[in-house]
Design a binder for this molecule. Sequence first.
Ligand SMILES: NC(=O)c1ccc[n+]([C@@H]2O[C@H](COP(=O)([O-])OP(=O)(O)OC[C@H]3O[C@@H](n4cnc5c(N)ncnc54)[C@H](O)[C@@H]3O)[C@@H](O)[C@H]2O)c1
Length: 318
Amino acid sequence: MSLSGKVAIVTGSGRGLGLAYARELARQGAAVVINDVDADVAAEAVRTIEADGGKAAAVVAPVGSTEVAKQLVQAAVAEYGRLDVLVTNAGILRDKSLLKMTDEDFDAVINVHLRGTFTCVREAFAYFKENGIAGRIITIGSPTGQRGNFGQSNYAAAKAGIVGMVRTWALEMKKAGVTANAVIPVAATAMTKTVPYFQKAVEADERGEAMPAFFRHGLGFGTADDVSGLVAFLASDEAAGITGQAIGAGGDRLQLWTHPEAAATEYREGGWRYEDLVEKFGPLFGGKLQSVGEEFLPLPEELQPEEQPATTAPAKVG
Ligand SMILES: NC(=O)c1ccc[n+]([C@@H]2O[C@H](COP(=O)([O-])OP(=O)(O)OC[C@H]3O[C@@H](n4cnc5c(N)ncnc54)[C@H](O)[C@@H]3O)[C@@H](O)[C@H]2O)c1
C-alpha cells in the first residue's frame, strides 16, 4: 500500500471530512492519530478504522494551543514511532454578519482554524527537520477563504490566512523536502447539511443514492469520501513535487486554484498622488475590478428545498 509504514495525524477527525481523511489514510496503510474534542466520536473513529483492518489511536484535546500541538506529535511518536503526515482539519463555524459578530465569535474561529493550523504545523515541521523526514503538511482551506462569503468574516480570515501560510511554508520547508498544501473541500457534513440549498443532495446521500449531477458536477458538492483521495495522494511519495498549492475537491470536481496575482499594473513616474488616482483610477482599472463571492447556479425546480422559501444561493457554506 502506498502509505504503509507512514504515520499521520488528522485533527478534528471524529466525524465529517476529517474522519473520511483518516479512514482513507488508514486504508492506504498509514497508522493514524485521531484527534477531536468529542471523546465519543474519536473513540468510534478508532473502532471504525480498526474494524477496517487499520491502525488508529485517539487524542481527545482541542487544537489551538502549542501544548495540544505538542501532545499530538508526541502521541504519534509514542504510539507508532514516527510522524510523516499532518492534516490540520479541525474546525468550527460562528457565522454572523459583521455588525453582529462578537470578539468571542471572531477569536473562537481564528483560534481553532488559524492558530490550530499554525501551532500544529510548527510542531510537526520541527519534528520533520530534526529527524530528516520529508514529511507532508496538508492544511484545509475553504471556498470562503478564496472568494469571501456573506456572514463569515472570522472564517474567511482564518481560511485565507491558512492559504497564505501555506505559500510561505512551501518556501521555508523546501530545503527539508517537506511539502505544504491546502485542500479546498466541499462536502455534505454536519457543517453543510443544514444549508437549504443542498437539501436535495443531502437527502439523496442519506437514502444511499448518488447525489444529483447538478450538485456533484455543477457545484462540486458530494460526500466526504469524494475529498479523501486527494488528501491521501498529497500524503504520498507520488506528490513529492507538489507544494504551495491550493487544490479544490468535491463531488466529481477537482480544481487547482490560482494564487493572487496583479490583475492590472500601471506606472506613473513620481508615484500615484490622490489627484492622479481621482483622474485615472476609473479609466485604468474601472473595467478590471475583481468579483467577490462564489457563483451559485440557480437551483432547477425539482431540486428546490421543500418547506423553505425558494432560494437561489446558499446562506452559508463551510
Ligand atoms: N464541509 C464542507 O463543505 C467544508 C467546506 C470547506 C471547508 N471545510 C473545512 O473542512 C474541515 C472539516 O469540516 P467538516 O465539514 O467535516 O466539519 P464537522 O463539523 O463535520 O467536523 C469538524 C470536527 O472538528 C472537531 N473539532 C472542532 N473544534 C475542534 C478543536 N478545537 N480541536 C479538535 N477538534 C475539533 C469537531 O468536534 C468535529 O468532529 C473544517 O476545517 C472546515 O472548515 C468544510
